[in-house]
Design a protein around this ligand. Structure first.
Ligand code: NCD
Ligand code: ZN
Ligand code: ZN
Length: 336
């Protein structure tokens, strides 16, 4: 059995830099027509010059494979002129609360000051992408941040706002209240709960921000995704860290899911008897909300078992060593 996906997109992706970029970009380029590239490099991508250099490095790292990097700028106070100049080269601005996740120290520490820049985004039609967590108790951070989303959605009704990597039932409920909200959902948050991370021996490879939540939250995400919610968009949040930064005291947050994304998603949708809805989740919903026309590219999956490698270079992938029911058709890799 074969499954063909037209222009699948990964709408939340960390590609890193230098050797790590060279290692991980081909996994995304083999499976996706494009992806939204996050700007949280050690030196954040917050100027157009840096963004152009980063985009060129990504294209080099993809080799010959066709992959459209939809670039984001790290949120700071930008002038109208800066945003007008950047508009044609970015898919949005990515807002991180300061210090809330990997390499977000330069993020927003005072939300009372973001209004003018956000108003410019609304006026110029530039989406705002948000890592939505407070610095409260770790299991409550996303729920506590929902009032910020609500404020944004009401104050800026024409602004397109993406709630990144949602993990709670309440986030799904909020989505239904405002048409200008969409949300990305990761593969791992459709699969794991806090129990998988810390219920037995601690699993550093499953530690990420936002932390995986309760079975009730996971079920709400699954129900909404498999039910075909039109504003739920696939974003892997694939976030590679070398093993020595995971298996140590002070484990870095991030799940490296890029090598397994489409095969595992196919398996999940098949198990839910919703395989026909996979294309909406990975292609249609993201392109519609962002108003983009992705490059032509069809990606084929085969219903042939495939064993996930234990290591990809220095990084251990999500589901390492497990056998998945679907695999990428190597023959069709990157066919345009
Ligand atoms: C991401 C990373 O490592 O860059 N980590 C994570 O746990 N998700 C950052 C992020 O998306 O918050
Ligand atoms: Zn994040
Ligand atoms: Zn992320």
């Amino acid at each position: 059995m074969r499954l063909t996906l037209d222009a699948p997109l990964d709408m939340h992706l960390h590609l890193r830099e230098q050797e790590m970029l060279d290692l991980v970009a081909p996994f995304s380029a083999a499976q996706f027509a494009g992806g939204v590239v996050m700007p949280n490099l050690i030196q954040p991508v917050d100027t157009l010059a840096r963004l152009r250099d980063y985009r060129a490095a990504i294209l080099r790292a993809c080799g010959g494979a066709s992959f459209h990097p939809y670039m984001t700028l790290f949120f700071r106070e930008y002038s109208r002129e800066e945003l007008i100049e950047a508009r044609g080269e970015i898919i949005g601005l990515k807002l991180y609360p300061a210090g809330i996740t990997t390499q977000s120290e330069a993020g927003v520490s005072d939300f009372d000051r973001i209004g003018p820049t956000v108003a410019l985004l609304e006026e110029l039609g530039i989406p705002l992408l948000v890592h939505g967590e407070t610095n409260g108790f770790v299991m409550d951070r996303e729920r506590e941040f929902l009032r910020v989303y609500q404020w944004l959605a009401e104050t800026f009704p024409r602004l397109r706002i993406v709630m990144e990597h949602i993990t709670t039932a309440e986030a799904v409920t909020l989505l239904d209240r405002y048409d200008n909200l969409a949300a990305t959902v990761t593969l791992h948050h459709l699969m794991i709960t806090l129990d998988d991370v810390a219920g037995g021996l601690l699993q550093p490879d499953l530690f990420c921000k936002p932390i995986a939540k309760t079975p009730r939250d996971r079920d709400a995400l699954r129900q909404a995704v498999f039910g075909g919610h039109p504003r739920l968009i696939f974003g892997s949040d694939s976030a590679p860290h070398p093993r020595h930064k995971k298996e140590c005291c002070g484990c870095a947050a991030g799940v490296f899911s890029a090598p397994v994304t489409l095969p595992m998603l196919a398996q999940l949708f098949e198990e839910a008897e919703r395989l026909e809805r996979l294309a909406d989740f990975v292609s249609t919903n993201g392109a519609r909300f962002y108003q983009i026309t992705p490059p032509q590219k069809s990606v084929e999956l085969l219903r042939t078992p495939w064993r996930v490698p234990e290591l990809c270079g220095a990084v251990r992938p999500f589901l390492a060593g497990q056998t998945l029911r679907w695999s990428l058709d190597e023959g069709s890799r990157g066919r345009e």
